[in-house]
Write a protein that binds this ligand. Structure first.
Ligand code: URA
Ligand code: SF4
Length: 216
């Protein structure tokens, strides 16, 4: 199946989903949108009011900032994929509960497997903690982190940036470095050479041991 078909199927499942209490009273679920072959995937926290009305991610004030940030590095929404950790709006925009995150996670995991982005930008600490639990956003924002074959670039949430100028500045700076991270993504996603050496000190090209044994 083509990636766009798989993404459409995931979206249909999300729209009908009743796996967690957030489906009760939801206006619209927000599966996410963008290119099925995006190199960059942006993962926010959960839909807010405007998103739950439109059924689309990041269309309120935080979304307008996100659009500007993308535009500044020459990208449009159509070139990236934008989604959230949790696909339905929590009441009064409260933080999603761990059980809600856990119930919703398989949708995001399938979106990631389908799109296979080079970089995942986490927006805010909730989506950062999916990939790197306990990391402190204030310490790690703007620094690429390798995680299970994925390259995570943690960033502040645009809604937080709208409230605090220092975060706004940091977010702009981190975004401005995204094109550079993208160029480096292939090398950054390889383990550093010293890890290779530590794990395997044979430097010839002989086949791995199990294959050799099978010759006897
Ligand atoms: N905040 C989020 O985390 N996601 C949205 O889609 C909108 C606002
Ligand atoms: Fe389903 Fe996710 Fe919505 Fe919960 S938040 S009902 S798991 S789509």
């Amino acid at each position: 199946m083509k990636p766009e078909q798989v993404l459409r199927e995931i979206a249909a499942e999300v729209e009908a989903c009743t796996r967690c209490p957030l489906h009760v009273g939801r206006r619209r679920a927000v599966p996410g949108e963008g290119s099925p072959t995006a190199e960059i995937m942006l993962v926010g926290e959960a839909p807010g009011f405007y998103e739950s009305v439109a059924g689309r991610p990041f269309v309120g004030p935080a979304g307008q900032l996100l659009d500007r940030l993308l535009e500044q590095i020459g990208l449009s929404r159509q070139q990236v994929f934008i989604t959230n950790l949790v696909k339905c709006r929590p009441p009064r925009n409260r933080d999603p509960e761990p059980e809600e995150v856990a119930a919703c996670e398989p949708y995001l995991d399938r979106q990631i497997r389908t799109i296979q982005p080079k970089i995942i930008v986490t927006l805010g600490r909730h989506s950062l903690h999916k990939f790197v639990p306990h990391a402190k956003i204030g310490q790690v924002h703007g620094q690429p982190i390798r995680h299970q074959g994925l390259l995570i670039v943690p960033m502040y949430h645009p809604a937080a940036a709208l409230r605090a100028y220092s975060m706004h500045q940091a977010l702009e700076e981190d975004f401005a470095r995204l094109p550079q991270f993208l160029q480096q993504a292939e090398t950054l996603s390889e383990p550093p050479p010293d890890q290779d050496i530590a794990e395997d000190d044979s430097d010839d090209d002989s086949p791995p041991a199990p294959q050799q044994l099978s010759l006897f």
